[in-house]
Design a binder for this molecule. Structure first.
Ligand code: FO1
Length: 316
């Protein structure tokens, strides 16, 4: 089978599977639509952490140890910014800074985020389509005892310490899908949707909140496969387990499946969560059990093939 695959991705974990999909699918058969709810303006620059995680992963430039930013990074600009008395809580590496400068001046000159992303991916030799979920600014915010915090203030500055009461996506409704996402959703040859292992509340919900996207996805008659971000009942990285508790959910795949009711029809879970498969099947979902931890390119490609085969998509 062939046809087009739409992948929805957040940052770190999502970017790894996105890179795996790009390794097994030709450029014309894959669109990767990326969360931009984490984006923010910092020191006059527009920072798009999830787009950059996907771009760096596809370009082979990602720092796999830190999980974000560019490999072989240096921090001279940050040191100088510190001497100049500027904010130090959000670390911009020298190479990463170039990305933000290139993006920011072009956005300010009137290019859309889609155009800028296409330009930057092309410049880095990425042939696959990486598109923002929307060209309109959408900003994830977390409600805490101190009020609503912008996402990076909650995530990086406060290290996810405040208890989360609610999450909202400022700018929605009112944010249209980017041209690339709209085109992928409308393709007559769309054969599968793959939800990368990203945080459902912080990384995937913003994409689903873009005008019409949740409804269009629910109306599609193609397999919709999600890779669970949980491994052994825990998130590999990030605040998902803490958030699930604070939002009154259990920290298991049942909570993930419940969250995606009406959207996803197949959940891929880690071997360590094997015992949960029967419960998921009782909820009417297909469940595939496999190793979902991606340590290297081989793991990423293998998991991409498992996801595509769960979507009944042959890769030969
Ligand atoms: N995460 C951190 O924990 N500390 C940082 O200083 C930091 C800087 C940073 C710079 C650029 C970038 O693209 C991402 C960066 N991240 C940092 C990661 C990022 O904020 C989050 O991991 C994502 O938003 C969550 O997907």
């Amino acid at each position: 089978m062939s046809g087009h695959v739409l992948a929805l991705s957040g940052g770190v974990g999502g970017a790894k599977l996105a890179a795996g999909l790009a390794a097994v699918l030709p450029p014309g058969q894959l669109t990767i639509a990326v969360n931009t709810g984490d984006d923010f303006e910092h020191l006059g620059l527009t920072v798009c952490p999830d787009i950059d995680s996907v771009v760096y992963a596809l370009a082979g430039l990602n720092d796999t140890v830190r999980g974000w930013g560019v490999v072989d990074e240096s921090w001279r600009a940050m040191e100088m910014l510190g001497r100049l008395g500027e904010a130090q809580w959000f670390n911009l590496g020298d190479r990463d800074l170039a990305m933000h400068v290139a993006r920011s001046w072009r956005l300010r000159a009137g290019e859309s985020l889609s155009d800028v992303t296409a330009r930057l991916t092309g410049a880095l030799g990425i042939a696959h389509r990486v598109v923002p979920m929307s060209d309109a600014p959408v900003r994830t915010q977390v409600e805490t005892a101190e009020g609503w915090l912008d996402f990076q203030h909650y995530f990086v500055r406060e290290q996810c310490r405040p208890v989360a009461r609610a999450i909202r996506f400022a700018g929605t409704p009112g944010a249209a899908p980017s041209p690339g996402l709209a085109e992928a959703l409308a393709r007559p040859d769309l054969a599968a949707v793959v939800l990368c292992p990203s945080n459902p509340f912080l990384s995937v919900d913003p994409i689903l909140s873009v005008d019409g996207v949740r409804e269009q996805l629910a109306a599609l008659r193609v397999p919709f496969v999600a890779v669970s971000p949980l491994v052994g009942g825990k998130a590999i990285k990030g605040p998902l387990a803490k958030l699930l508790g604070e939002l009154g959910r259990t920290c298991d795949n049942r909570a993930i499946a419940t969250h995606y009711t009406g959207q996803v029809d197949h959940l891929i879970i880690d071997e360590s969560d094997r015992a949960e498969a029967e419960g998921l099947r009782a909820m009417g979902l297909c469940a595939t059990i496999t190793g979902t931890v991606m340590c290297d390119a081989e793991d990423r490609e293998r998991l991409a093939r498992v996801a595509l085969s769960a979507a009944r998509y042959g890769t030969g």
